[in-house]
Design a protein around this ligand. Structure first.
Ligand code: PHE
Length: 339
């Protein structure tokens, strides 16, 4: 029995030396000292010993147990220390290494120019409102004096959800919604996405942005419209900028016009940016049609107003000298980080 105990001690010693993981040490403890372990198995046979032998073997057994336990404790401490050492070495920070730059995001060019436009109009006392992108035919067309069979619908073909619900083709429905919700004096702009079923190319996209403007009050005239839009052009493109108002037609304004600004790049001489024209078109506008005022619940005998619709993509492209609007939607960081 003494020999058995000696054997256990030797085996345990070898096993503990070989163990390199805490789990292995734990397994060794179970194997040799556990309830069903080898040492216990030997002690169970003590009953067969004589009364003289029993205390002697008992003592040896205790010594072996103590020995193995001490060995385990020592090895555990060793492994833990080594682990900590490794962890510390792994986590060492070399404070002399150059830092990793944090990439800071910034605003999209469409947002940059939109924020500028908003600020300019807020400075002139306009409120900023918004309307739904999924719109009723009534607001997008009918209330704007564009009946079902009107040819103006052809140029603004869009995505229909049902016969009466569509993705808005313009922000002009916000004019009617604004008039329904507010009483004159009314001064609002309404920026947002609009949709037309156009094929994608350098100057077309099925999704683009407009900024609608509407002013309604007593005694509003065309000169208010001209003054407001001239102020916008000068604030956006510099005080030297000139504006040109060309007669045009929109069903919801009368009279209507398109507004050009003198090319801010060449100052009106003609260059590649303005295609040799000296002018670039930035918006459509006009005096709100009396029928449209009526549709908005406003008495056209008492009130008059003007409205305009700016194309945000055009403003951005002229502003930053871009020749392809697709770049605004592709989210290529090599393009975006230039602003
Ligand atoms: N909604 C018109 C368009 O998309 C622009 C416009 C707005 C014209 C307001 C006049 C008044 O072309």
């Amino acid at each position: 029995m003494r020999q058995q105990l000696e054997e256990i001690r030797k085996n345990a010693e070898a096993a503990l030396k070989a163990a390199n993981l805490l789990e292995e040490l734990d397994a060794a403890r179970v194997k040799y000292l556990g309830k069903k372990g080898e040492l216990t198995a030997v002690l169970k046979q003590m009953g067969s010993l004589s009364a003289e032998e029993r205390p002697i073997i008992g003592q040896v057994a205790n010594e072996v147990r103590e020995y193995i336990q001490n060995e385990i404790d020592a090895r555990v401490a060793e492994l833990k220390a080594a682990q900590q050492e490794a962890q510390l070495a792994f986590e060492t920070i070399d404070v002399t290494l150059p830092g990793e730059g944090v990439e800071v995001g910034h605003r999209h060019p469409l947002s940059i120019v939109l924020d500028e436009v908003k600020e300019i109009f807020q400075g002139m006392g306009f409120d900023i409102i918004s309307g739904p992108e999924v719109e009723l035919d009534y607001y997008n067309f009918e209330a704007l004096n564009i009946p079902k069979d009107h040819p103006a619908r052809d140029t603004q073909d869009t995505f229909y959800i049902t016969d009466n619900i569509l993705l808005r083709t313009q922000t002009s429905p916000c004019q009617i919604r604004a008039m329904e919700e507010r009483k004159p004096p009314l001064r609002v702009i309404s920026p947002g996405r609009v949709y037309r079923s156009d094929a994608v190319d350098a100057t077309h996209s099925p999704l683009f942005h407009q900024i609608e403007g509407l002013v309604v009050d007593e005694g509003i005239t065309m000169s208010d419209l001209k003054g407001t839009l001239d102020t916008l052009a000068k604030k956006l493109y510099g005080p030297e900028t000139k504006t040109r108002f060309r007669p045009h037609h929109f069903p919801f304004t009368e009279p209507s016009c398109e507004v050009d600004v003198s090319c801010f790049k060449c100052g009106g001489v003609g260059c590649s940016m303005c295609k040799g024209e000296g002018w670039v078109e930035i918006l459509g506008a006009g005096m709100v049609h009396p029928k449209v005022l009526k549709n908005g619940g406003i008495d056209p005998e008492k009130y008059s107003g003007f409205a305009f619709g700016l194309g945000l993509e055009r403003l951005v492209m002229f502003r930053f000298g871009l020749d392809d609007m697709r770049m605004l939607y592709e989210n290529d960081v090599r393009f975006l980080e230039q602003f």
